[in-house]
Design a binder for this molecule. Structure first.
Ligand code: AMP
Ligand code: FE
Ligand code: FE
Ligand code: ZN
Length: 272
């Protein structure tokens, strides 16, 4: 049996509601899933409510954006106290920074002569933690690009025309925040971050685990991070990073095998 410890919902940039994600996971026979939206825990309550009448367990989680050496690093927090006021305050400032960045990106896009307004982006986001995918969807809706990936390549990805950094917590702050609210801190998709040489520094900051299994990691990459986990005594997690059927990668849920024992090990690191 498999688990999936990395999933997004409409609370951030996923296209399925938390309830839909849990129902789908249950239909696919997944034992447990983690709802890990970008800088928000808004989807967790609904997911837990759906899980009550299904055979799939829901683990409360979050995926915090961070930066190190001008590179993006995402840090997952598992078994967090998702009702914590400390967490709410911290996530609220991150989401505020996301909104401010979106507004600046829209101004840049308008400067490039594109038909898009900030209101349209907010409408696409529908109250979710605003991310670049919402801007990409608004551009697509207005026929300014022919696909989401085009929006990223031309305008939104780091190094492209309208890329703008958002305020984030440092990895050390993100790890401390996760610990403060009872969570287990895990380096998400390290194979995409290009920060391997800094892993010892993250370990010194208190990092608990590493996401060795990830849909974009080849078998060799998985092996590489399993070895790193072993070397540094890190717990291993894994997930599909599914953003729903409408995302550029399509529905990833159910397409990756993550052993149940990862959750057993993760649970041993629980602070709550
Ligand atoms: P943000 O949270 O605003 O930094 O946006 C990051 C999110 O955008 C990621 O979690 C992905 O869901 C999505 N994303 C990043 N790069 C691309 C890309 N090249 N094509 C499509 N989606 C992307
Ligand atoms: Fe995302
Ligand atoms: Fe991520
Ligand atoms: Zn993710």
């Amino acid at each position: 049996m498999s688990v999936d410890l990395h999933l997004h919902t409409t609370a951030s940039d996923g296209s399925l509601s938390p309830g839909q994600v849990v129902e789908l996971a249950a239909n696919l026979g997944l034992n447990a899933i983690a709802i890990s939206d970008h800088d928000t825990v808004e989807g967790i309550q609904e997911a837990l409510a759906f899980a009550e009448r299904l055979d799939t367990r829901v683990i409360p989680a979050v995926e915090l954006s961070s930066r190190y050496n001008s590179r993006d690093i995402h840090i997952l927090g598992f078994f967090i106290d998702y009702k914590s006021r400390v967490l709410d305050k911290a996530l609220s400032s991150l989401r505020k920074a996301r909104i401010e960045r979106a507004e600046k990106i829209v101004v840049c896009l308008q400067g490039e002569g594109l038909d898009i307004t900030f209101e349209e982006v907010l409408e696409v986001a529908g109250g979710a933690s605003v991310g670049r995918p919402h801007i990409a969807r608004a551009l697509l809706k207005n026929n300014q690009v022919s696909r989401i990936s085009e929006a990223f390549v031309k305008y939104l990805k780091r190094g492209s025309l309208c890329y703008i950094d958002k305020f984030v917590y440092s990895p050390s702050q993100a790890i401390s925040l996760i610990h403060e609210v009872g969570g287990v801190a895990v380096f998400a998709h390290p194979g995409l971050a290009g920060l391997d040489e800094h892993i010892p520094e993250f370990v010194a900051m208190g990092l608990d685990g590493i996401e060795a299994y990830h849909i974009e990691h080849t078998p060799d990459v998985v092996k590489h991070y399993l070895q790193i986990a072993y070397d540094y005594g890190l717990v291993v997690t894994g997930g599909s990073d599914c953003h729903g059927p409408l995302s550029t990668h399509g529905l990833r849920l159910g397409t990756i095998y993550v052993p149940d024992k990862t959750l057993v090990q993760l649970e041993k690191k629980r602070r709550l």
